[in-house]
Design a protein around this ligand. Structure first.
Ligand SMILES: CC(C)(COP(=O)(O)OP(=O)(O)OC[C@H]1O[C@@H](n2cnc3c(N)ncnc32)[C@H](O)[C@@H]1OP(=O)(O)O)[C@@H](O)C(=O)NCCC(=O)NCCS
Length: 135
């Protein structure tokens, strides 16, 4: 909430349209990255309760956040990073168009760093016959 108040954006909570059940959170936040030349940049974050994994929810939530960030937010790029063993998270990034850049240390652990600019963004929605929809 502090991030929303300070910057006007942050993480959203997502709920199933029909049941109203909480299905995850995702959004954009400013991060300090001392392991990446001290860079400060907007990063993408997402998490889904395990009972809802592998239904495309993280990808769709992240896609919505990126549409706002690149659209109304006018961001020139967004970073995202994850542990080397977190294959599902890397797959989420790749589906959205993120490209792997380098390895770096974050929160004391090795991470894989990805980056996305608006031109490379591939919006995604659950259940689309054609997964690439106009932003
Ligand atoms: C990472 C996480 C958000 C993914 O959520 P999700 O809703 O299951 O993600 P999606 O369904 O949108 O996409 C997952 C993709 O990974 C793939 N995947 C899952 N497990 C996999 C595995 N072991 N090997 C290869 N691919 C795998 C899925 O098949 C899917 O790809 P596809 O659409 O091409 O089939 C979820 O696992 C999570 O919340 N983990 C804990 C928190 C976390 O790690 N957050 C990210 C921190 S960087």
């Amino acid at each position: 909430m502090g991030h929303w108040q300070e910057h006007g954006f942050g993480l959203w909570a997502f709920h199933d349209l029909h049941s109203g059940e909480f299905v995850g959170r995702a959004g954009l936040k400013w991060y300090d990255l001392p392991g990446l030349d001290g860079r400060r940049e907007v990063g993408l974050a997402y998490a889904v309760p395990s009972r809802f994994w592998q239904r495309g929810f993280a990808t769709e939530m992240a896609s919505g956040a990126l549409s706002v960030g690149f659209g109304a937010g006018g961001l020139p790029a967004v970073g995202s990073w994850t542990l080397p063993g977190n294959i599902p998270s890397q797959r989420v990034m790749e589906k959205l168009g993120f490209r792997y850049q380098t390895d770096f240390e974050f929160a004391g652990l090795p991470h894989r760093y990805y980056r996305l600019e608006p031109g490379g963004f591939s919006p995604q929605r659950v259940g689309d016959p054609n997964p690439s929809v106009p932003g």
